[in-house]
Design a protein around this ligand. Structure first.
Ligand SMILES: Nc1ncnc2c1ncn2[C@@H]1O[C@H](COP(=O)(O)OP(=O)(O)OP(=O)(O)O)[C@@H](O)[C@H]1O
Ligand SMILES: [Mg+2]
Length: 263
């Protein structure tokens, strides 16, 4: 059966699109058939992050207006054969796509895919409702910063009014050195505060900023293992989560941290 997962956050810029793309890539590498849907109508950028923006011929508005069939609007990924992107529309306002229309697209795709991953827009307005009401599972992305955690709390209470089968937390941009020195909340602290189970932890990774280089298969930095564990946890439910503090716990790392804290 197809799993329909919305990646949401409340606060903008915390990593929804990054989590959507990396999750899709990793699940397709595991042999699953995956489609990523851009839920951000008007401010869409999933196609850009996936590096397929030049291949967009039709978008979801064209499908809904009957200009093309849904399969014609799907863009195959450049690297993974079982990964596709359904682009959103730049030239439209967010209200131009109704929740019912969006849901019809998701339901039509669910016959052909193992996973539908919806990249939710920031905020809790109409676009949020449209994306969330089409999904049956949610991943709430937060960074360890208090404003992001507060927005995640608001989103979690809104999600409890939808009929979700499962809701999990992804803590993004965690820094193990700051967690050890007590300057940043750990994923355990955040998960207890929000009363939501952690599905994944992604470390701060400068190489994520070079997403195109990453797509070409070059070294994808310390977050690569973390995204792989997140996908594995979602697919197999084995609850293994990346430990951001591990590489700061060795003898020399401790000395380095002590020196830094003295400066
Ligand atoms: N773990 C990370 N380490 C370093 N940079 C990251 C990490 N996760 C995301 N980023 C960077 O943060 C920026 C925002 O990420 P992204 O676009 O995924 O956020 P978003 O929640 O989708 O934003 P929006 O709400 O605007 O749609 C991007 O430049 C991305 O490369
Ligand atoms: Mg985004």
């Amino acid at each position: 059966m197809c799993r329909k997962i919305v990646v949401t956050s409340g606060k903008g810029g915390v990593g929804k699109t990054t989590v959507t793309t990396k999750l899709g890539i990793n699940l397709s590498k595991m042999g699953r058939k995956v489609v990523l849907i851009d839920g951000d109508v008007g401010l869409n950028n999933l196609d850009v992050v996936m590096g397929v923006e030049n291949k967009v011929v039709y978008d979801m508005c064209d499908v809904l207006s009957g200009k093309c069939r849904i399969k014609q609007a799907l863009i195959p990924d450049l690297y993974e054969k079982s990964l596709f992107v359904l682009p959103s529309a730049h030239a439209y306002e967010s209200d131009d796509i109704s929740p019912q229309g969006f849901r019809a697209l998701v339901d039509a795709l669910s016959e052909d895919f193992d996973y539908i991953i919806i990249d939710c827009p920031a905020g809790i307005e109409g676009g949020f409702h449209r994306a969330v009401s089409s999904a049956t599972e949610a991943l709430v992305v937060t960074t360890p910063h208090i404003s992001s955690v507060r927005d995640a709390d608001k989103v979690l209470s809104l999600l409890s009014t939808y009929n979700m089968i499962d809701i999990g937390l992804v803590v993004n941009r965690l820094r193990g050195d700051l967690v050890i020195s007590g300057e940043m909340m750990s994923e355990g602290d955040i998960s207890r505060l929000l009363r939501c189970k952690p599905m994944g932890v992604i470390p701060e990774d400068d190489l994520l900023l070079q997403s195109q280089a990453d797509r070409a298969g070059r070294n994808s930095g310390c977050s690569a293992i973390a995204f792989n564990l997140l996908a594995d946890n979602i697919e197999n439910g084995n609850k293994r989560i990346y430990d951001c503090t591990a590489r700061f716990r060795g003898f020399f790392s401790k000395i380095k941290l002590m020196m830094r804290n003295k400066v």
